[in-house]
Design a protein around this ligand. Structure first.
Ligand code: ADP
Ligand code: MG
Length: 596
């Protein structure tokens, strides 16, 4: 038998290698912007078309390349950043593997124009899938312009794997933000299909964070700074009351390189301790500066993971410095007794005596006799009450309006046990997760019955500032938001004006709701493969449902219990988990044996 092993042709080898570094437009963008940073640029402009699928164009004013270097830069393992193995332990640049340009060029059509500041003319180079097409002198500004078109044009399978434009755009924005947050000393622009997404001038770090996230972030930041013999840590943590429901705002940089590190993330979270409620995440922008010989960045092709020589000490320092900052700035309850760590409970309820947990329903009770004729108020009135639950300064424990309360009570016992409603109806015991059930009720209305609230024009339109990334998402959600009763218009850079809110809802709450919906939307965009409308209905329901542990009145409990019974999917929450259980007395012994 003849020998079977063959060396792969270079183009195939390059494509395989490229797969490790370039998975999607955002990874190409990351590598190219990092090269621009490494080149010492003070201004970097990025133009993308169709989420980078059609083109990514990056213009920098960095050092540029000589004609020979320009040609060489496309070879695998061609780098100006290290020379020997020892250099691996003193890396301060983003790149050092010499793979990025070769990888990008293996899977796209690339045109580069580059000129060193000291040269009169520059070089134009065209490469298609690693094949050199053209090299000639060109007149161009000092620095480098690199245009990458039709990513994966020669690997259709990969191209087909790309996600929708909005998801790819999200990845691009994520990568862009990470680099921009690491380098406030560089001005960055990002422009997609002619629309400016980011315009970030040179600034200090606080200002950069604010420019990326929106003006309202200034008041949210608590500075962190600690210098030790091992490392220096600086940056900001978000005040706990602004913590998010998603992990989105957790940034850790080591020597200006964005990294993912579960262990150190734990250090930060741990420093927050009981300042955070269970389902929220600390926000942080932390920058560690450490002697490069004490870390290994060479363990991951995209370099987002690194190894510390002394992981435990780093953990201890991170934890201690965050804790100290939180304490110093009076956010820690140890120093500020007025602050309440459980942020999810409406403010007013925190100081109320907890209601007697057991309520026995008066069977003669007639809800129609009550001073507010809730039954006729219609479901949208729920908003009225819901928003009361949300307004933090609300004075008395909020009550939910009742969409429909049957005149004859079928429930003889109904009470609340923490987040659960417990009831008895004839021979049946029921247990309902109040929040999940309420989410289900709202969701059914929004999605199935299409009972959307009508817009109600506000006397005082409200301006909403978004981060560039969020602004982009909001633009996509705009139409659906409108159908839900929000009326909003673009009003300057990254700003909207909110002219109408869903009827029965206060503007302040609507703003809060939009912010939460955005977060939900971001959370769900990757979790669910469902349609956008469904996502919005889900987000709206989640934002509007009563919060976990809210104190409910008997009428509110009844409203939920009745609606859930009527709903086709009433027993299942919108996350697919069971939210109601009905147990007949005859089934209880089985239940206790564990067979139900
Ligand atoms: P690495 O960044 O790991 O060195 P790359 O393949 O990304 O490898 O780039 C190869 C080389 O091309 C770099 O080392 C650098 O010398 C040069 N280069 C790439 N992009 C630029 C740029 N925007 N400006 C100046 N030089 C660049
Ligand atoms: Mg590079």
């Amino acid at each position: 038998m003849s020998d079977m092993i063959r060396l792969l042709p270079e183009t195939v080898a390059n494509q395989i290698a490229a797969g490790e570094v370039i998975q999607r437009p955002a990874s190409a963008l990351k590598e190219l912007v990092e090269n621009a940073v490494d080149a010492g640029s003070t201004k970097i402009e990025v133009f993308i078309k169709d989420s980078g699928k059609s083109s990514i164009h990056i213009i920098d004013n960095g050092c540029g390349m000589s004609p020979t270097d320009a040609r060489l830069s496309f070879s695998r393992h061609a780098t100006s950043k290290i020379r020997t193995a020892e250099d691996l332990f003193s890396i301060r640049t983003k790149g050092f593997r010499g793979e990025a340009l070769a990888s990008v060029a293996a899977v796209a059509q690339v045109e580069i124009k580059t000129r060193r500041h000291e040269d009169e003319t520059g070089t134009l180079l065209q490469v298609d899938g690693n094949v050199f097409k053209l090299q000639e002198p060109v007149s161009t500004a000092p620095g480098t312009s690199i245009l990458v078109r039709n990513l994966f044009f020669n690997i259709p399978a990969r191209r087909n794997f790309l996600k929708s434009d909005s998801i790819e755009a999200r990845h691009i924005i994520d990568e862009f933000e990470r680099i921009a947050l690491a380098h406030p000393e560089v001005s960055f622009h990002l422009n997609q299909n002619g629309v400016e997404i980011f315009k970030l001038p040179v600034s200090n770090l606080r200002q950069r964070i604010v420019n990326v996230n929106g003006a309202n972030y200034n008041e949210r930041l608590v500075p962190v700074h600690e210098e030790t013999s091992l490392l220096t840590i600086s940056g900001f943590v978000g005040k706990p009351e602004f913590s998010k429901k998603t992990r989105g705002e957790q940034f850790l940089f080591v020597n200006k390189r964005y990294i993912k590190d579960g262990y150190l993330n734990h250090a930060v979270t741990n420093a927050f301790e009981e300042l955070l409620s269970k389902d929220s995440y600390a926000s942080y922008w932390l920058y560690i500066d450490i002697d490069p010989s004490r870390i290994d960045v060479n363990i991951h092709p995209t370099k987002t993971e690194i190894k510390f020589e002394d992981e435990r000490s780093v953990y201890a320092i991170v934890r201690a410095s965050v804790k100290r900052s939180l304490g110093q700035y009076n956010v820690s309850p140890a120093l500020d007794f007025d602050r309440e760590p459980t942020f999810d409970v409406p403010h007013a309820m925190r100081f109320k005596a907890v209601n007697k947990p057991m309520v026995t329903v008066n069977t003669d009770y007639n809800p129609f006799k009550s001073s507010t004729p809730l039954a006729s108020a219609g479901w949208e009135k729920m908003y009225d009450r819901l928003q009361e639950v949300e307004v933090k300064s609300h004075e008395s424990p909020a009550t939910l309006p009742l969409p429909e309360v049957p005149e004859k009570q079928e429930y003889t016992t109904l009470f609340q046990l923490q987040g659960f409603i417990i009831g008895k109806k004839q021979e049946t015991l029921l247990i309902i997760d109040a929040t999940a059930a309420h989410e289900r009720i709202l969701y059914d209305r929004f999605l199935l019955k299409e009972e959307m609230p009508l817009p109600q024009h506000d006397l005082f339109p409200q301006t909403l500032n978004f981060s560039a990334g969020d602004f982009h998402l909001i633009q996509e959600m705009e139409e659906d938001l409108r159908s839900m009763g929000f009326d909003m218009k673009v009003f300057g850079v990254n700003t909207y004006v909110l002219q109408a809110t869903p009827s029965g809802m206060m503007t302040g709450n609507a703003v809060q709701l939009i912010e939460r919906m955005l977060e939900q939307f971001k959370n769900n965009a990757s979790n669910y493969s469902t349609g956008k409308r469904e996502l919005l209905a889900r987000a709206l329901s989640k934002s509007m449902a009563i919060k976990k542990g809210s104190q409910l009145s008997t009428d509110e409990m009844l409203a939920i219990v009745n609606e859930i019974e009527k709903s086709e999917k009433g027993k299942t929450g919108i996350d697919g988990k069971r939210c109601a259980i009905y147990l007949k007395a005859s089934e209880l012994s089985e239940f206790l044996k564990g067979s139900i």
